[in-house]
Design a protein around this ligand. Structure first.
Ligand SMILES: [Zn+2]
Length: 242
C-alpha cells in the first residue's frame, strides 16, 4: 500500500508530501518546500528510507527545502538520494531560488538555489515507490516544465499534518491519484503570472491531460485541499466542462 502523508509547510501553505511503501518502508519526498525539520521528523518517526526526491516544478515554495533536505539525508543515510525533476525548461528557475526569495521579501541567504536533477523525468516515464508505479505527465502552464504524477489504480492511505505537532489519522482508500502540484487546484488553477507562466498552456494541460483521467481520480494539489477530476469538471470556473 502507498501511504501519502502531507505536511503543510512555509508561509505559502505548500503541501509537501512523503509517499511511502508500507511493505518496504521506502519513500519518495515530493516538493519539500521548507520546514525540512518537520519532514525529517516524520521520516524518523516512521523509520523510512528515502529513495528519491521528486520536484513538480522549481518555484521557491516547492523547491526551497531541497538543499537542506539533501544535506540532512546525506548525513542520515550515508548518501544523497537522487533528485527527480524535469530537465531543460525548469533549469533556469532551479538556479534562481535565491532571486525568487528576494522577490517575496525573504532573505536570499536562507534560500540556496536548487541543484540540477540526477534523473531527468519526461512525459510517460515511471516513478516507482515500492510496488506503486506512477506515470509522469508534463503539464506546462503554471511553470514551463511542470510535471505531475499519476497513479492509475492504487490502494493508498492519506494523512495530513496541517501545523507542527498535529496529524490526522490515516484513512485508507482505493482508486486513481494525481499528485498535481500547482496545475489544478480545488476550484481554481495555478497562477500564470510568474516567469514562464502561460494560461492557455495551463488550460490545455488540464483539459487535454487531466480531464481524460478517470472522474474518480483524487487530485492532491500543491496548495489547499484535495479534490477530484469529477468535481473540477463540474464546478471549476476556469475549466468547467459545459
Ligand atoms: Zn508554483
Amino acid at each position: 500500500m502507498l501511504r501519502i502523508h502531507t505536511i503543510v509547510v512555509t508561509p505559502f501553505y505548500q503541501n509537501a508530501r512523503v509517499l511511502s511503501d508500507s511493505e518496504t518502508d521506502t519513500c519518495v519526498v515530493v516538493d519539500p518546500g521548507g520546514e525540512v525539520e518537520r519532514i525529517t521528523a516524520y521520516l524518523d518517526e516512521q523509520s523510512l528510507s528515502v529513495e528519491g526526491v521528486f520536484l513538480t516544478h522549481a518555484h521557491l515554495d516547492h523547491a526551497g527545502g531541497i538543499p537542506a533536505l539533501m544535506k540532512h539525508l546525506e548525513e542520515r543515510q550515508g548518501s544523497r538520494p537522487p533528485l527527480y525533476a524535469e530537465g531543460e525548461f525548469e533549469s533556469g528557475m532551479r538556479g534562481s531560488i535565491s532571486r525568487q526569495a528576494s522577490m517575496f521579501g525573504l532573505p536570499e541567504s536562507e534560500y540556496p538555489n536548487c541543484p540540477e536533477p540526477d534523473v531527468i523525468l519526461r512525459e510517460g516515464d515511471t516513478l516507482s515507490i515500492g510496488s506503486s508505479n506512477g506515470r509522469i505527465i508534463h503539464a506546462p502552464g503554471h511553470a514551463p516544465g511542470h510535471l505531475v504524477l499519476f497513479f492509475d489504480s492504487l490502494a493508498f492511505s492519506h494523512s495530513l499534518s496541517p501545523i507542527p505537532g498535529q496529524s490526522s489519522p490515516e484513512r485508507s482508500e482505493n482508486g486513481p491519484v494525481l499528485i498535481a502540484g500547482d496545475t489544478l487546484l480545488a476550484g481554481s488553477i495555478g497562477r500564470c503570472d510568474l516567469p514562464g507562466g502561460d494560461e492557455a498552456a495551463l488550460l490545455s494541460s488540464i483539459k487535454e491531460k487531466f480531464f481524460v483521467l478517470p472522474d474518480a481520480t483524487r487530485v492532491m494539489t500543491g496548495h489547499g485541499p484535495d479534490t477530484t477530476i469529477a468535481i473540477e469538471k463540474k464546478e471549476n470556473p476556469y475549466v468547467r466542462v459545459e
